[in-house]
Design a protein. Structure first.
Length: 141
């Protein structure tokens, strides 16, 4: 049985140029043809916070959406233009599309979710639903 080598779904920005063969396969930084930013998920008294490490992206490069109890963070990190590059010696930073999904196990207020990008970190704040308490009056006869 002959197998076809896996083709990288991310376009090679150096295709057709002499340095293209040095760009190579991004390797371990990719999973299923997409790179995956590191994430932290932590809880405070009032919120659940999802923090993603995504340097080199702008807000317009990102998409944050909630589908039921799943948070989706996706986007594209594009290869910066480096004029005058003659030879690549090392290429470890992953570029191209990415997507991370996180199942949220804590009830949260969907309408109050917010996202903020600063210093290469995306913070998605999910305010927790406060437990509804109701006082029940006791009747006497």
């Amino acid at each position: 049985m002959q197998t076809t080598p896996r083709r990288n779904a991310i376009p090679d920005p150096f295709q057709g140029e002499p340095r293209g063969e040095l760009f190579g396969d991004p390797g371990d930084a990719l999973s299923s043809d997409r790179w995956q930013p590191a994430i932290d998920v932590f809880e405070t008294e009032e919120t659940l916070v999802v923090r993603a490490e995504i340097p080199g992206l702008r807000g317009e490069d990102l998409r944050v959406r909630i589908d039921g109890d799943v948070l989706h963070v996706s986007g594209v990190r594009t290869l910066p233009k480096e004029p005058g590059v003659r030879r690549l010696h090392r290429m470890e930073i992953a570029f191209g599309p990415f997507e991370r999904t996180v199942r949220i196990q804590v009830p949260f207020e969907r309408e109050r979710v917010s996202a903020h990008l600063e210093d290469g970190f995306l913070r998605v704040i999910l305010p927790k639903k406060s437990p509804r308490r109701r006082r029940v009056d006791v009747e006497t006869t």
